[in-house]
Design a protein around this ligand. Structure first.
Ligand SMILES: [Zn+2]
Length: 383
């Protein structure tokens, strides 16, 4: 039992992040773990975060949806959590996967505002509608998790629908995210590391990718570390990045960030660091066709370059077209610049493209079912 719980907590760990390109909703961990009516269990439970994340996945019809969690510092010593749960949250804090704050204040809404993310909360933000007009103007921007038949369901504060809705990044958010920032506090898990020099860079516990830095807090218009309250220094332009998504059987299974620093290899089970492993979502035929390392993506001067590194080859679907006549073969060792809406197809039904260009929407199926009983038509390419 204990072992099972720690496995679930490990799985949840893969779904919390402060990366502005990957997080899909913002929530307050102290609030979520106390939704006792979701399971009728202990006063506080970290597993409720997993339930809410699963509900988000179902609603967005996408696997592996990460959330941006704001954590009140008091939670790290909350006696209603088990010692194991407290330890797990501390680890997330140390690794910069969550934002731990002495006084979270309006930070959850600030992050939602800067990044254009939906908020998962039951709180009524009555006094804050002037500062964040989207609270009332954009239906679905705040959703409350409520008990439902198959786990939590969402009800939008405005509009009443079940689906969390993204907004645009605020103009200030866009400006803040164009730069990278450094906190003077040694070992800052949010704005340290990243290899940008600075007096304390070598002390940072986390060498976080500069492209994945969270948005600074704004205090009187000054970019500030939300954790330490210190003024952040501008460490230069943020490296370019592109968010790519993997769609298998019509469903987005995972997103990943491509930067100019590091290519990303996608395949059945790539050995390269940072590689994206597809094995769990593939049926036997797809597993046989797709190489351990199948395609490699690089970002060069803003262009996404795809190179086939497989045994069997891939294909390009220009502009995402599913017309077979338009499919362009990509032979082993061949490279190609990936146009805006182009998709790489590793195998029929297994595609990679820019996240904003790839629609998701097949009926949602849990990943474990997908691996054993694929419903999509699997055919070998004709080339
Ligand atoms: Zn800091």
């Amino acid at each position: 039992m204990r072992f099972e719980i720690s496995k679930v907590l490990d799985a949840i760990e893969g779904r919390v992040c402060t990366d502005p390109s990957l997080a899909r909703a913002v929530l307050d961990l102290a609030e979520v773990i106390r939704y006792q009516d979701l399971d009728g269990g202990r006063p506080a439970s970290l597993l409720r975060l997993g339930m809410v994340i699963d509900a988000l996945s179902r609603e967005l019809a996408e696997d592996s949806v990460p959330v941006y969690a704001i954590v009140h510092r008091a939670l790290l010593s909350d006696a209603d959590l088990t010692s194991n749960e407290r330890m797990v949250v501390r680890r997330w804090a140390d690794d910069g996967l969550v934002e731990v704050l002495d006084n979270p204040g309006d930070r959850m809404l600030e992050v939602a505002d800067l990044l254009g993310l939906p908020v998962v909360s039951r709180v009524r933000f009555d006094g804050l509608r002037g500062r964040f007009p989207w609270l009332v103007e954009q239906p679905g921007r705040v959703v409350a998790p409520v008990p439902g038949a198959g786990g939590p369901a969402f009800v939008a504060h405005v509009g009443g629908g079940p689906t969390p809705v993204e907004g645009d990044r605020s103009p200030v958010g866009g400006q803040l995210l164009a730069r990278r920032w450094r906190c003077p506090e040694p070992g800052c898990a949010l704005f340290g590391g990243g290899g940008g020099g600075g007096a304390f860079a070598d002390l940072a516990r986390v060498d976080r990718a500069p492209a994945g830095q969270p948005p600074p807090a704004l205090r009187n218009g000054v970019p500030t570390c939300p954790r330490h309250g210190a003024r952040l220094s501008d460490a230069g332009p943020r490296p370019r990045s592109e968010v790519l998504a993997i769609r298998i059987g019509g469903l987005i299974r995972r997103r990943f960030v491509l930067t100019e620093d590091e290519p990303v290899t996608v395949g059945r089970a790539p050995e390269e660091t940072g590689g994206v492993m597809l094995g769990q979502w593939l049926n036997d035929e797809a597993r046989r066709w797709i190489s351990r390392a199948h395609v490699r993506f690089e970002l060069r001067v803003g262009e996404v370059i795809v190179t086939d590194v497989s045994t069997n080859g891939s294909g390009i679907r220009p502009n995402g077209s599913m017309a077979e006549a338009e499919r362009v073969p990509l032979a082993p060792k061949q490279s190609r610049v990936l146009g805006g809406a182009d998709m790489v197809e590793l195998y029929p039904g297994v595609q990679v493209g820019r996240a904003r260009e790839l629609p998701t929407g097949a009926a949602f199926t849990p990943t474990s079912v997908m691996a054993e009983a694929p419903t999509m038509a699997m055919r070998l390419p004709r080339n």
